[in-house]
Design a protein around this ligand. Structure first.
Ligand SMILES: [Zn+2]
Length: 271
């Protein structure tokens, strides 16, 4: 029994051809050197040995799905001095966006029940749930990465609630709080100004308003709370680093020091 358990959790090597093929579809790995890529592969192998994937609503999880999710989940933690993602084993993958029932009590005490359509969800102490079209390397664009987003929440949750502050190295806390608060306050103010500028005949929730929101340095969802700000800013840090650095240079530097990676580092092609 013990042997069986040990065998089940022993990391199996990821096939080199699959590793290269899937990695080539993720342009935000470009700043990594060969040593870092090898370290990422070892990290992904350990991750895949620990995690259980299940397909929901008829979705079939194959090795390409597992590897693509592992790479994106393990990239942020590549150089972190902790073993992350230990509080859960299950990753659930849906064939499309999924619906989560919600309940909210408004200021008047009235309970509102509604359905939320989600691309991903990270449950405290529980699974990460992902929609494959959003997690698929083919479905991404700069500034959007649902896997990095949900796993940033998992990092944040290590030391209690998703408050936008993951476990930090000694000496970083006051810089973290100051930098994140300044950037978040600025972003919320920009969002308020922008929403006030949308003409009344345009529904802010409709696609017609997208052209306004596109002027923001981050997805407007970042204004939800500091936890979402950390998750959205992490997506931007890895997949759209230049716009993030232009908008919030101190935040970019903070993330570079926290993640111990510089996504803007340019590697010249080998001769
Ligand atoms: Zn989130």
């Amino acid at each position: 029994m013990l042997r069986k358990l040990l065998n089940r959790s022993a990391p199996a090597p990821i096939d080199d051809a699959a590793w290269r093929r899937i990695g080539a579809r993720l342009p935000f790995l470009a700043h990594l050197g060969d040593d870092e890529r090898n370290k990422l592969k070892v990290g992904c192998e350990a991750f895949l040995a620990e995690k259980q994937f299940s397909g929901a609503a008829g979705f079939r999880v194959d090795d390409d799905v597992r590897i693509a999710i592992a790479i994106q989940a393990c990239l942020p933690t590549l150089h972190l001095p902790l073993r992350p993602y230990r509080d859960f084993v299950e990753i659930v993958v849906y064939p499309d966006r999924f619906v989560a029932p919600r309940k909210q009590v408004d200021e008047a005490g009235v309970v509102h029940e509604f359905d939320d359509e989600l691309a991903g969800e990270a449950m405290d102490g529980g699974p990460v749930v992902l929609s494959w079209p959003d997690a698929d390397p083919a479905g991404q664009h700069p500034g959007y990465n649902v896997v990095i987003h949900e796993f940033a929440h998992k990092l944040d949750l290590i030391d209690g609630g998703a408050d936008g502050t993951p476990p930090l190295p000694a000496g970083m806390r006051s810089r973290w709080t100051r930098t994140m608060t300044e950037a978040w306050d600025d972003f919320c103010a920009q969002l308020d100004t922008l929403e006030a500028s949308i003409p009344r005949h345009i529904d802010p929730e409709s696609p017609a308003a997208d052209a306004w929101y596109a002027r923001l340095p981050l997805d407007p969802y970042a204004a939800t709370d500091p936890g979402e700000f950390f998750a959205v800013a992490s997506e931007h840090f890895f997949t759209a680093p230049l716009p993030l650095r232009r908008a919030y240079p101190a935040l970019y530097d903070l993330f570079r020091d926290y993640f111990r990676q510089d996504p803007l580092f340019v590697r010249l092609p080998r001769r």
